[in-house]
Write a protein that binds this ligand. Sequence first.
Ligand code: AMP
Ligand code: ZN
Length: 465
Amino acid sequence: MKLYNTMSQKKEEFIPLEEGKVRMYVCGPTVYNYIHIGNARPMIVFDTVRRYMEYKGYQVNYVSNFTDVDDKIIKKAQEEGVSASEISTRYIAECKKDMAGMNIKPATTHPLATEEIPGMIEMISQLIGKGYAYEKDGTVYFRTRKFKDYGKLSKKNLDELEAGKRIAVEDQKEDDMDFVLWKPKKDGEPYWESPWSEGRPGWHIECSVMSKKYLGDQIDIHAGGEDLVFPHHENEIAQSEAANGKEFSKYWMHNAFLNIDNKKMSKSLGNFFTVREISEKYDLQVLRFFMLSAHYRSPLNFSAELMEASKNGLDRIVNAVSSLNRFLEAAQIDGLGADEEKLLEEAGAFTVKFEEAMDDDFNTADAVSAVFELVKFANINASANHSKEYLSNLKGQIMTLCDILGLIVEKKEELLDSDIEALIQERQEARKAKNFQRADEIREELLSRGITLKDTREGVVWTRA
Ligand code: AMP
Ligand code: ZN
């Protein structure tokens, strides 16, 4: 399996630090509003990387943070007259709903910046102790020039960078290139006690600290959108490698940007969509499918036409699976025939093609093409006259590939009212018999089909979502 490493600017063979295991950190969103469709790109891309690695047998420890204290969150809180934590708690919950809609697996750990302040204070103290950081009037700065490898990820040179910098009057830095690790609070801002001031951390330190705490001093993959290469990831490297004395991450992966109608997405241009807005028009599976139709390092353009094309593409797969289900129900023959074995071998070639595409730096565009070829093959070579084994094997191949891409392609059939009534009746009987486990199971099953039960004095009332 090869992946493009931003550090070496080459595709490299993936060799994990520890056999069979992957330690992966993906920078998460700042939670001051609903996430936008640009934020969704790294979430979908790196969830797919994770799923493919799991398919290959790796045990993936996947950590992705929520930045839950920052200027934008504080501003939003002040506008609404509520606390910053009320804003971040609200939008973390909303973000998790959007993630579920896009079928993004929850991370192994989703740390929050505000819950990791002691670790940040510890790392900052360590950096001061080693001479990599200094305090001025309650602010702590990282001494960038002392870290000799600064610029190695973004290939920037400190002197060139400095030439392009404007010097802010209020800064008390020793050097323009130094960046903030800790800053004192302003009036009305949330703050934490520290050895330097009542204040809060700079943005970059949280990822160095969370990555170390949940994954160790060294990790396999650090990922995020390409805008994070500089300064965020460059600063993370400086902090982590200065503090730990070891190479921070073996591989660095960055997704290219999502544009809208070939322009940068921005509120002021009026071409800005949240995932929630898209979900009002499309199943979020369509958004996921759209994102995967391009290679993650290519810029991707969002447009109504491309979304329609993605919807049609996804429907083709869903329809093929539903035909296979119908054939399976009607099939009479048990046991694979010799001709069927040959056909399955032919079908297997599409899985090989899929894997080759994914092994080549996660080329999901080509992987999706392989799925389409398999679907076309199934449309031609399946009917109720085939054996059950053949049909379920073919369906299984499609389902496996779609599951790696995180695409849900098998719709649960909608329950008829009479089925719901029958299940409610069974639940009532289970409760009478004190079989609460079965009663709960039925409630859960109905809930997963969008049916909510309410126990009232007049009996059970149900509603469909
Ligand atoms: P932020 O909340 O701005 O820190 O962004 C969270 C993640 O979304 C980061 O990995 C960003 O690089 C990524 N991101 C933000 N905007 C876009 C975009 N338009 N296209 C792709 N990725 C983006
Ligand atoms: Zn980060």
